[in-house]
Design a protein around this ligand. Structure first.
Ligand code: SF4
Length: 382
């Protein structure tokens, strides 16, 4: 098997072409075929010389991820489970809205940060995804949706890296995938419409700001160190003061004039009016008296048994949100989408035990019927 061209951003592809003795500009043609037209067959690339196509066939592939299952929610949300080998699976979720189409993608198989409220965190860390595996989620979803919806124009306008994994713990691969998303010859997405969500990898936040300043979301979940230590263990390494200072530095380069803070609402843990006040004070302190630099996104927790946590009642969420809004913090309460297919936030890994069982069943089926294995079979098993 040759190189998988999904692994390359445009610069990488130009170097690859040079190694083949081809001019660098060939990479632009190739890149456009792959990412704009969704081609995976070199023979379809009719404006490339046959000799080049033959060369490519001999040493390269465009190999997408295999889809283990697809689930469609009544609200239009679609979740895909992709096989990344070694018994690992990752998920991507498409969320259609009237004015945009958002794809939530994964950056790692599992996650090492181990946030208490996150089912991916409870699953543990398996490995970093390659740039090709990250971009393949967008490649697949965009071209699947165009075919599925019978449309020629771009469907996915926004990408959020809020699926499985901490993107900034897989920095180089994420950066390469971001470059492909943003490039005019790739997906041409605006920096304002691509969001990296981090649990607080402070040094990498600074690097992202220098290398590729896309929109930033920070998984905050608590306004005080002791509480945040217990919810997001990374806080012990990069406590709130370091995190908030990094956020303020990022604002200088951010494509928007605010940073989004995610706050998962956990009944009796982080949802009291006093903590809402503490959150306002924290934002005001680092905003030097201003609150316009931040947006708070309150996320209803999606309970899973191993967490021992409960979703805050609607009434507690409302009081918390009102406290923030009354103080002048722009606050939204995230609508839950795709609840019927477990695609809502924090459910991306699925229920840990269930997934393991699914993978075991997949393996068994593969061993028993290798010739007949198909995603549809797996779909039945789920
Ligand atoms: S919330 Fe994000 S950083 Fe925390 S464990 Fe889950 S995937 Fe990892």
């Amino acid at each position: 098997m040759g190189a998988n061209l999904l692994d390359y951003d445009l610069e990488g592809l130009a170097l690859f072409c040079e190694r083949l003795g081809e001019k660098r500009f060939r990479a632009v043609q190739l890149f456009r075929w792959i990412h704009q037209k969704g081609a995976s067959d070199f023979d379809a690339m009719t404006d490339l010389a046959k000799s080049l196509r033959d060369k490519l066939k001999a040493c390269a592939t465009i190999t997408p991820l295999s889809v283990l299952s697809r689930q469609d929610s009544a609200d239009g949300t679609i979740k895909w489970l992709f096989d990344v080998g070694g018994g690992d699976a990752i998920e991507a979720v498409y969320i259609p809205e009237t004015d945009r189409g958002t794809l939530c993608i994964s950056s790692q198989a599992g996650c090492a940060v181990a946030c208490r409220f996150c089912s991916t965190g409870h699953q543990g860390f398996s490995r970093n995804l390659t740039a090709g595996e990250i971009i393949a989620q967008l490649w697949f979803a965009e071209h699947f949706l165009r075919t599925h919806l019978g449309r020629d124009e771009r469907i996915i306008s926004n990408v959020v890296m809020m699926g499985m994994g901490e993107p900034l713990q897989n920095y180089d691969q994420v950066l390469s995938a971001l470059r492909t998303m943003l490039h005019d010859h790739g997906y041409g997405l605006s920096r304002r419409r691509v969001t990296v969500s981090t649990s607080g990898m402070v040094p990498m936040m600074d690097r992202l700001g220098q290398d590729c300043a896309v929109a930033l979301a920070v998984s905050l979940h608590a306004p005080q160190d002791a509480l945040r230590d217990s919810l997001v263990p990374l806080n012990k390494k990069y406590p709130l003061d370091a995190l908030m200072q990094a956020c303020v530095r990022y604002l200088d380069v951010a494509p928007r004039d605010f940073i989004t803070f995610e706050y998962c609402m956990l009944e009796g843990v982080n949802d009291t009016p006093e903590l809402a006040q503490a959150l306002v004070a924290l934002m005001r302190h680092y905003g030097q008296g201003q609150l316009s630099w931040c947006k708070l996104n309150l996320i209803p927790f999606n309970p899973f048994p191993a967490s021992g946590l409960q979703r805050s009642s609607a009434q507690r969420v409302q009081v918390f949100a009102q406290t923030l809004s009354a103080a002048g913090v722009v606050t939204t309460v995230r609508k839950t989408r795709g609840d019927d297919i477990d695609a809502a936030c924090g459910q991306l890994a699925g229920e840990v035990k269930d997934r393991t069982q699914v993978m075991r069943r997949i393996d068994k089926r593969r061993a028993a019927e290798p010739a007949h294995f198909s995603p549809e079979i797996v779909h039945d098993l789920l």
